[in-house]
Design a binder for this molecule. Structure first.
Ligand code: PNS
Length: 168
């Protein structure tokens, strides 16, 4: 039996923290589906196509043969059931993540009994890292080279710096 895991997230944009979790999940499961999903509570800066292309670049650079990328239009629990995945993999940074992640894990399990959530603890160097921190720093022209994969650094920077050029 092929053990499939789904790694869902907004990935707006992908960070080194996300990539670390994807890499580690790819060692634990036969196949990992990185699933770009809509989060109703967030407005995104990058389109699904942009986010997909960033993840594609970052994962193909690492030659992660068992990682594929998909876009979710619907409920995560339904997707997990449809592809026959045995786990939802998420990174847990700090206690502050826990309540939200715990709530989602329980809701997904209620929607589909087979939706087991597995949490990987974030590597120490990525504890503080999030897509919104990256966006804040980049939009004011700050250095995000330690936060995002090098192959997508320029794409992300160019888009976010432009976005923040206000008219006064
Ligand atoms: O990276 P994020 O924004 O924390 O990821 C949250 C995400 C996208 C995984 C979550 O919002 C999600 O699963 N969205 C898909 C729609 C869905 O199933 N929502 C109910 C989750 S309980």
């Amino acid at each position: 039996m092929r053990r499939i895991a789904v790694c869902p997230g907004s990935f707006d944009p992908i960070t080194l923290g996300h990539l670390d979790i994807i890499k580690r999940a790819s060692k634990l499961f036969d196949k990992v589906i990185v699933l770009i999903s809509a989060n109703a509570a967030k407005t995104t800066s990058f389109s699904f196509t942009e986010r997909l292309s960033f993840i594609e670049k970052a994962t193909s650079e690492l030659a992660l043969d068992n990682v594929v990328i998909d876009i979710l239009d619907g409920l995560l629990a339904d997707y997990v059931r449809n592809v026959g995945a045995i786990a939802i993999v998420k990174g847990l940074r700090a206690v502050s993540d826990f309540e939200y992640e715990f709530q989602m894990a329980l809701a997904n399990k209620k929607l589909y009994e087979g939706a087991e959530t597995v949490f990987l603890t974030t590597s120490a160097e990525n504890m503080y890292l999030s897509s919104s921190v990256v966006k804040q720093i980049a939009s004011f022209g700050g250095d995000i080279s330690h936060f995002v994969p090098g192959c997508v650094l320029e794409d992300i920077k160019n888009r976010l710096v432009k976005e923040n050029r206000n008219e006064y």
